[in-house]
Every structure is written in C-alpha cells, then in structure tokens.
Design a protein around this ligand. Structure first.
Ligand code: C2E
Ligand code: MG
Ligand code: MG
Length: 750
C-alpha cells in the first residue's frame, strides 16, 4: 500500500498517467514474446555487464563534470552494485508497477543529484553497443550498427533539448505574466503556514509600510504587532472565522502601522488550505486602500458637517444626542444641557447687505460661540441662522446658563465684516437633557425656551420650564380658536376718538379702530391674540376684515354728520409684505366710498424693520393713493431718525408710555417734548397717545402738540357708544363737567 501511494505521488510529480504508460508500451509493441526473448538471453549476456560497468566508469572519469560525481571508489562500488541489480531486473522482469516505480525513482534521484540527461543517454548508448557485441560477436554488420547507435543517440539528445527548451520557455513566459500581473495589481503577497507559524511576506507587502522584508521576521508576530490596536481583534476574528470554515475567504479591512508610525488602511484577502493532517496554510494579498478610505471618510464627514462653518450638522446632532442620552441613562451621570441659539434679525443683514455678508457673519458668530465652549462640548449648525450646543458633563445645571451668558457676551463687540461694522445678537433657549420635559424632547424644549427668549425682547437666554410648555399649549389652543373666529363672527371693532386739543374745547377729528375678540365669554385683548394671528398668517384675512369694516363704519359716520372724520387702522407687517396690498386697500376704499385722505394706516417701527425693501415700496404705493401713514408707538423701538426720513410718513404717534406710562416722569417728559419737537420740525402731525389726566393735556398744549388720544377723552367704544359722544349725549370721560364735546363744524363732504 505504501508503494502504491509513492507510485501515485511520483506519477503526479512527473506528470504521467497509467494510461500514458500503457500507450507507450503499445507503441513499442511490447509483448510476452519480448519478456521471453530477454529472459532467454539473460544468462549469456549477464557476465558481459561487469565489463560494461568498468567501461562506463572509466569513460565517466574522463569528463570533468561526471568525474566530479563519481570520484570516490566506495561510491563507485556501491553504484556498480545497484546497477547490477538493475540489469538483472532489465533482463528478467517482472515488468510490473514496481518496475516502473523503480525507474522513475532512479531517474528522479539522478536529476536531483545533478546528473545531466546527456550523460544518462550516452551511458545507454554504450550499454546497447556492448550488448550488441555480446549478442552478435564479430558480425560484419556490428560496426555499422554501432555507428548508427551513436548517431541516433546524438539525435535523441538534440530532440530532448529542443522539447525541454520549449517547455522551459512556456513556463518562463507564464511566470513572467504572473509576476507582471502581481506588479500591476500592486498588491503585497503573503503566505503563512499557520501551524508552524512561518510567514512569507513579499517585498511589496513590506514596502507598502516603507519597510524591508527582513525587518518583519518570519513569524506572524511581526505582522500582528503592526496592526492598529483597535483593529487587531477584528482581524484575528476574521482570520479565525475563515480558518474554522465560517467564511469562504478572508476579506478584511484594517489599519497597519508604517515605518513612520502613521497608519495605513489595507484590505487583506486570502484563502486557507489544509496541506496535510493538522497543517493549515493561508495565503493571499494585501491592498493599499487608503485613498478609497480617505474619500469615504470625506464623504462621511461632508454628510455630517456644514460646509460653510465646518461645524457638525443636524445629522451629526442626532448621533451626538443619542450618545448623550445613553450616557445620561447610566448611574452617576453628570448633567447635560442643550442650548438652542438663533441670531436676532439675521434676515435684515441678509436682505440689506446680501447673502455673502450674511455668510461671513455666520462664520464669525460660529467662531465666537466656539470659543465659549470646553473641549467636550459640541457646537452644531442646525440650519440657517440656528445653532445648537450640546453641553455634556456639567457639574450643575446652572452651568449651562453661565455658558449661555458667555455666548451673549462674546457677541457684544461689533463684528467687522469687510467694510461693515455689525452689531449682532443672539437669543438662546436652554433645556436639560435629563429632566422630564412633559413629553417634549430636549431639542423641542430648548426651542420653546428660545421662542420665549425672543418674545421677551431677544438678546437673552431663557430656560425651559413646565409652565412654558403649558403656555405653548395654550397658544396652540388659541391659534385653533382664532382660525375659526372670523367665520364665527367673534371679532368686533371698537373705536377710540383722536381729538384736536389746540382749542379750548377738544373736538373729535378721527377714530382709531381697535380689534376685539369675544372668546369663551370674555373680551380678549389684541395684545394677546394679534401675535398669534401674525404667526399663523391669519392676520391677513382678519386685517382685511378690519379695514373693510372700519372704512364702511367711518364712511357711514361721515355721511351721518361727521364729514371730516378720519379713520385710523392698525397694520401688521405681514399685511405690508403682500405685494398686492395697496391694490386691495384701494378696492376696499372704493367699495366703502371712503376718500383715501380719510384713511390713516398705522405701522410700528419694528414693522418697518422687517423687510425694508418690500415695505418701502408698499408704503410709497399707499401714499401715492393719498392715504395717510402714521408711525405708531414712536419712542418704544429704535426711534430712528432714519426711518422718519426714509419712509413716506405723515403722522407720528408718541407712545403712551411717555405720556402716562408707569415710568412717565421728568425724563419721559423730556423725551416726549423732544419727540413732539422733532415731529413738528419734520412737518409731521404729532398725536400723543395715553392722555389720561388733565395735566397731560396741559403739557401737550404747552408743547404745541395739536392731537391727542387717551382715556381722558374716551376709552375705545363700540360704534353705538361712540355715537353718543358724537350726538353730545356723552361728554369726554375725564372732564369734570359733563360738557358736550364740540365737534368740528362740518364742511362739505368729500
Ligand atoms: P395701539 O395702536 O397703540 O393702540 C392704542 C392702544 O392704547 C389701545 O389698546 C388702546 O386701548 C390703548 N389706550 C388708549 N388710550 C389709552 C390710555 O389713556 N391709557 C392707556 N394705558 N392705554 C390707552 P388696545 O386696544 O388693547 O390695542 C393694543 C394694540 O393692539 C394696539 O396698540 C395695536 O398695536 C394693536 N391692535 C389693535 N387693533 C388692531 C388691529 O386691528 N390690527 C392690528 N394689526 N393691530 C391692532
Ligand atoms: Mg395704533
Ligand atoms: Mg400706539
């Protein structure tokens, strides 16, 4: 059985098959007769063999190449001995498998010890000649046949040379192809005898790491020692999984340390093979994938960062938040908070100076905010002019307020963007991550707090509280109710007289229409619901309704005996931003028959600021229709002289806080005096609001203010109530004596 295995292996090594051997014998016409012939002559010829062997070794000794191999007498004796055995077998058989095995074995050994084929063949020629002589003796044809043998053996040698040369060439070119392919792939190669831990690494494998092969040793330790500590476990698991048959091949990406100490991303591929019982070998390639990885990382980074500021974006915030929440869930976790930040009036910068400047502002703001943070904190650009800060690991929740204050302070120095010096402020909403936020997530809670900070006047922070949530809920309900109010006829208008006071008896020259909402049995103040309508956009429909209603009412009064009565209507900025607003007002005037000069539209400074370009063109259009424009609540906003000059205004209304407000004192008298003087000098009509007492009236008269409005004359009244004032049934409310108000004499109706 052992022989059988060796036979198989030898056949495989030589590249022979049994069928091939039988075919050769058939071609040689080998038959039983040959066996018989040989055995018949063997006895006669065997003695001639020792002569032949002497001859042979003498001849071999004459050529340096062979003399070097057969140079010692003991070897020669041993070889002669084994050759005698062979000749015995050649002549007597048996010619079976062991015969073939023996021949292959000997040929194999000869080529291994370096006996060239030419000597081998030459020896056969000598052998045949001597056997011929032995068989035929002094036959006349012998000399001729001997010469033929020499020529034929010479030819056989040459033929073998050409065949083997062709084979060698084919092998060389396929090896060259293989080598070229490997060079082209630019991969490193490795071959690892797993159980003996012998590792072969190609020169390219090493040079990828700027190393030489010999710097890496012969075992796997040299390889694994260079693997990134974070990746080593993964690589080992991938190798084990493949060795245990869990994967069809090894295919794994990891980082490996270069000579310089930096890491290179590589892809290792390989397959394992069982070479013998308990002997596993694994081989494969290693590819430098650092470029692909870099591109991948860039893409990943781009998907999670904002290109303008380089800050993390919303995508990344979600990841950061869920990590922070996980941490919060653990015992002993410290406080964490979210800051929701929004730039105040950023739209103004974008609209007036352009998006390019706006972008610069965002970058600079991001930079300043970033300086207020500690290393573990995160600043995220949430979108537009909104930022979010995640403060992790706070000692106490008040620390979040400290950071917020630092951020507010960081924006106090003006921003220099190109030639512009800009004052920028932010509003901040704060919510903690751990607290129960009544069903809101912390981002929504911080957003709600931000809304509150904005509503409270901007440039400040507000912390989320549960009553904020209740208020937001209330706001939501209010919005729902308001959206149905118009259809349910829940709105009404009251009117407050505006009086001419530069005469002994003040007289009503105009009325201001003020909106009221009857909701759940109570009259809701416009201060409460107008912001809500503005936010929902409902103000557009309601505003139209107010205008139509007021114009019709005042026109009715004009026709009923107050021909010069003017009608003041308050506007919201959303209304002014409608491009067809002026045309709609013109329609309403036409429908009511009220002359444009009888209509006063009141706007506040903050409305002028909202969208100056659109607002300006709308106001110009209204003014060109002959409508009067009033600046309401002057003094409470920016009180910018710029507005007074830039917009086509006719009337200035001094805010009531300067006349009768809780802080109306010496200073506010000075201010109202200045405002009145300013308005008059600009040729504007000045109306003082909030006149509640006779002293107020005296003051206004002394300052030359001709028009006034306030509780001293009348609270806002329903139309029928107001008519009592027109009709003289009621006097002004603040007059001690119930004198009938004097109404201006009625000139002709317009
Ligand atoms: P406003 O335009 O400045 O209106 C004057 C406000 O001052 C009115 O409050 C009025 O009742 C109040 N007032 C009048 N005289 C006195 C006084 O002597 N002392 C005091 N303390 N207050 C006085 P009201 O009606 O609550 O309206 C508040 C604001 O709501 C208005 O301020 C106006 O800005 C807005 N508003 C009212 N109606 C409308 C409307 O139809 N559309 C728009 N967009 N806003 C409106
Ligand atoms: Mg007003
Ligand atoms: Mg006002």
């Amino acid at each position: 059985m052992g022989n059988e295995q060796e036979f198989q292996e030898l056949l495989q090594h030589v590249g022979l098959e049994r069928e091939e051997i039988s075919q050769r014998l058939r071609f040689l016409d080998w038959s039983a007769a040959d066996v018989e012939q040989l055995s018949r002559h063997s006895a006669t010829l065997l003695p001639a063999h020792s002569d032949f062997l002497d001859h042979l070794y003498q001849r071999l000794g004459e050529f340096p190449a062979t003399a070097a191999i057969v140079n010692d007498p003991a070897t020669i004796t041993r070889l002669k001995h084994s050759q005698s055995d062979y000749y015995q077998r050649l002549w007597n058989g048996p010619y079976d498998q062991s015969y073939v095995l023996n021949r292959l074995r000997i040929g194999w050994v000869h080529q291994k010890i370096g006996v060239d084929l030419k000597w081998y063949l030459g020896a056969y020629r000598l052998y045949l000649q001597e056997m011929l002589d032995g068989l035929l003796g002094e036959h006349p044809a012998c000399a001729g046949f001997a010469s033929l043998l020499k020529a034929v053996f010479f030819d056989i040698g040459l033929a073998l040379d050409t065949y083997s040369a062709a084979q060698r060439k084919a092998l060389e070119s396929s090896e060259a192809r293989f080598a070229r392919a490997l060079r082209g792939a630019n991969d490193g190669l490795w071959d690892w005898h797993v159980d003996h831990d012998q590792l072969y690494l190609s020169e390219r494998w090493a040079s990828m790491l700027d190393l030489h092969r010999d710097q890496l040793g012969n075992g796997s330790a040299g390889w694994f020692a260079r693997v990134h500590p974070d990746d080593l476990g993964g690589l080992r698991r991938a190798i084990d999984a493949h060795l245990q048959g869990g994967t069809a091949s090894l295919h794994h990406e990891y980082r490996i340390r270069r000579q310089s100490g930096s890491y290179l991303w590589v892809l290792v591929r390989g397959v394992a093979e069982q070479v013998a019982e308990g002997q596993r070998r694994m081989a494969g390639s290693q590819t430098d994938i650092s470029q692909r990885r870099a591109v991948q990382e860039q893409l990943q980074h781009a998907a999670r960062h904002d290109p303008l500021t380089g800050l993390a974006n919303r995508e990344r915030l979600s990841e950061l938040l869920s990590l922070a929440l996980q941490r919060q869930g653990r015992a002993g976790a410290r406080e964490a908070a979210l800051l929701f930040i929004d730039l105040d009036r950023f739209k103004l910068i974008n609209d007036s100076l352009g998006h390019h400047i706006g972008d610069h502002v965002l970058v600079e703001v991001a930079r300043r905010l970033g300086h207020c943070l500690r290393p573990g904190d995160h600043l995220i650009r949430f979108g537009g002019d909104e930022f979010v800060v995640l403060l992790d690991d706070l000692a106490c929740s008040a620390d979040a307020e400290r950071v917020a204050q630092r951020m507010l302070d960081s924006l106090l120095p003006p921003l220099q963007v190109q030639e512009h010096q800009l004052m920028v402020s932010i509003s901040i909403g704060i919510a903690t991550l751990s607290e129960e936020n009544a069903g809101l997530d912390s981002l929504q809670a911080a957003d709600l707090a931000l809304y509150r900070a904005k509503a409270a006047g901007k440039a400040q922070f507000a912390r989320y509280s549960s009553e904020m949530q209740a208020q937001a809920q209330h706001q939501l309900e209010l919005q729902g109710a308001l959206s149905r109010a118009l259809a349910r006829d829940e709105f009404s208008l009251v009117y407050q007289p505006i009086c001419k006071v530069d005469q002994e008896q003040p007289s009503v020259v105009a009325v201001e229409a003020l909106l009221r909402w009857q909701h759940k049995g109570r009259t809701v103040s416009p201060l409460e619901f107008i912001p809500c309508l503005e936010e929902s956009g409902g103000i557009l429909a309601v505003g139209d309704w107010v205008l139509r209603q007021a114009c019709a009412q005042v026109r009715h009064w004009q026709l009923a005996g107050q021909p010069a009565l003017r009608c003041s209507v308050n506007l919201s900025s959303r209304q002014l931003q409608q491009s067809d607003f002026a045309a709609r007002v013109a329609d309403i005037l036409r429908a009511s028959g009220l002359p444009p000069a009888s209509l006063v539209l009141e706007i506040t400074e903050s409305q002028l600021m909202e969208d100056s370009a659109q607002t300006l063109s709308c106001l110009r259009e209204l003014a060109s229709l002959g409508i009067q424009l009033a600046l309401d609540d002057f003094g409470t906003g920016y009180s910018s002289l710029g507005y007074l000059k830039r917009f086509p205004l006719h009337i200035l209304k001094v805010d009531k806080s300067f006349i009768s407000g809780p802080s109306a004192n010496g200073d506010s008298q000075l201010i109202s005096r200045a405002i009145i003087g300013l308005g008059l000098s600009l040729g504007l009509e000045v109306v003082a609001e909030g006149v509640e007492r006779s002293e107020h009236l005296d003051f206004l008269r002394a300052e030359g203010c001709r028009l006034a409005q306030g509780y001293w004359f009348s609270r806002p009244r329903a139309p029928a109530e107001l008519e009592r004032l027109f009709g003289g049934e009621d006097g002004f409310e603040g007059l001690d004596a119930r004198l009938p108000p004097r109404l201006d004499p009625a000139p002709s109706l317009p």
